[in-house]
Design a protein around this ligand. Structure first.
Ligand SMILES: Cc1cc2nc3c(=O)[nH]c(=O)nc-3n(C[C@H](O)[C@H](O)[C@H](O)COP(=O)(O)OP(=O)(O)OC[C@H]3O[C@@H](n4cnc5c(N)ncnc54)[C@H](O)[C@@H]3O)c2cc1C
Length: 409
């Protein structure tokens, strides 16, 4: 039997569940498909490997959709300060939330906990069905028809299909949307570690000629270490035993970090910038990693995804109120106009950091040092950077004029 919904969302990760929760109470009939259920929260467990720095702008969205209360009832680690160093210098730039009167610069949260929080928020709305676990067996897009057949045998038609199914989006592929991509010459080696002592309300980031290194505080006596390195070095790190890995971290990471006691888990991620050539087709929209992936050095990926959520839902709700078709191309174009250039600008900015900082070229080193010193001293500039990190300032406002000087690789 064919079932009909207004919106069918593929992907019940952080972005897909947030879209559905934002549209809760709209009266639109919504289905969210997720292929694998996230494990339930266990307060006795050590934090997961996959974590994200969630900006205050994203926290506001998560509060508005009723997810943040569930997230904080599980666990998260607020951070008030962010220290950035250039190579071995110890006098880096400190960004402090108090400088602009903010409570914090963000929270570090496990991805699964954000997903669980958004999923819990769905329960408040009877217009949303979460279908999990299930998978697509057939997806038909074209001639004004969206038809989704699931492996369970259920079959749907929808007015709007949203692909929130991550970097390898099946929806993007089925809609024949091309991708511009660039593989960075470094991988991210990530480890969740036990820590002793040290300051807990601060994130540290240091730029080295090989790539950045960072430490993010996690709830309890834990932290997440991220080490950007060549694929060969990351393979080496993956094979070290725990004691040798701790020794390698101690030798290469700054001394001021909390002492590392033990390794909980580790993993590595190739780094690829991807940007969908369009976010929309008639009756189809992409959001989050399905539309764009970004170098994670400044922790912007899902924060951009949450900005997509806000823009896409605004456009859908406005169309519904005005009696316009929610899947019409001219409606969805308003979403694309709001997000495509902003995401592109942030991707370019990350390239500037990645390639501008990960080298030992004299003039660039001088410019970086000068930039960090200026950021440290200049009150207004520093406040702008902090506002930017909080998600209160958008990259295109600051950097679009400079994009013409910095062509895509
Ligand atoms: C090392 C690293 C560090 C990062 N740190 C940060 C950070 O600090 N801050 C930040 O903002 N971002 C960070 N990111 C990026 C962030 O993890 C991603 O942007 C985010 O996970 C994207 O969320 P999403 O919901 O769009 O996609 P995903 O998290 O990929 O979720 C997609 C969901 O769709 C489901 N799915 C996929 N295909 C199907 C299908 N066919 N049927 C049903 N379900 C399907 C999947 O199971 C999954 O649950 C980091 C990324 C990396 C690699």
């Amino acid at each position: 039997m064919m079932e009909h919904v207004d919106i069918f969302i593929v992907g019940g990760g952080m972005v897909g569940t947030a879209i559905a929760a934002r549209l809760g109470g709209s009266g639109l009939r919504i289905a969210v498909l997720e292929q694998s259920a996230p494990a339930a929260f266990d307060p006795a467990s050590a934090p997961d490997l996959r974590v994200s720095a969630i900006s205050p702008a994203s926290i506001k969205l998560l509060q508005d959709i009723g997810a943040w209360q569930h997230i904080t009832a599980m666990r998260s680690a607020p951070y008030l300060r962010m220290q950035v160093w250039e190579q071995k210098r110890a006098d880096g730039t400190l960004f402090d939330a108090s400088e602009i009167g903010a409570a914090n610069l963000g929270h570090i949260v496990e991805n699964r906990i954000v997903q669980l929080g958004c999923t819990a928020a769905l329960a408040a709305h009877d217009n949303i069905e979460l279908i999990c676990p299930d998978e697509i067996s057939q997806l038909q897009i074209g001639d004004g028809i969206i038809q989704i057949t699931l492996q369970s045998g259920r079959c749907f038609t929808a007015r709007l299909l949203i692909g929130a199914d991550g970097a390898r989006s099946r929806v993007r592929e089925a809609a024949a949307i091309g991708l511009n991509s660039h593989e960075y010459p470094m991988h991210a080696f990530v480890a969740t570690v036990g820590i002793r002592g040290g300051e807990r309300d601060i994130t540290w980031q240091r730029f080295t000629p090989h790539g950045p290194q960072s430490l993010l505080p996690l709830p309890g006596d834990y932290a997440s270490l991220v080490w950007y390195q060549t694929a060969a070095k990351v393979r080496e790190l993956m094979q070290l035993d725990d004691n040798a890995l701790i020794t390698a971290f101690r030798a290469e990471f700054p001394d001021v970090l909390p002492d590392l006691s033990h390794i909980i888990s580790r993993g590595s991620f190739p780094l690829i910038r991807r940007h969908a050539q369009t976010y929309i087709r008639p009756g189809v929209a992409l959001a989050g990693d399905a539309a764009h992936t970004i170098h994670p050095l400044a922790g912007q990926g899902v924060n951009l995804g949450f900005q997509d959520v806000a823009a896409l839902c605004d456009v859908i709700l406005a169309a519904q109120q005005q009696g316009n078709e929610i899947g019409a191309l001219e409606v969805l174009q308003r979403y694309q106009q709001r997000r495509q250039l902003a995401n592109h600008a942030m991707q370019r900015l990350m390239d500037l950091f990645c390639y501008g900082f990960s080298n030992d070229i004299g003039p660039l080193r001088f410019a970086r040092n000068l930039g960090l010193k200026l950021a440290n001293r200049s009150g207004p500039l520093k406040k702008e950077v902090i506002r930017y990190a909080l998600g209160l300032q958008t990259p295109e406002q600051l950097f679009v004029p400079a994009l013409h000087l910095f062509p895509a690789r």
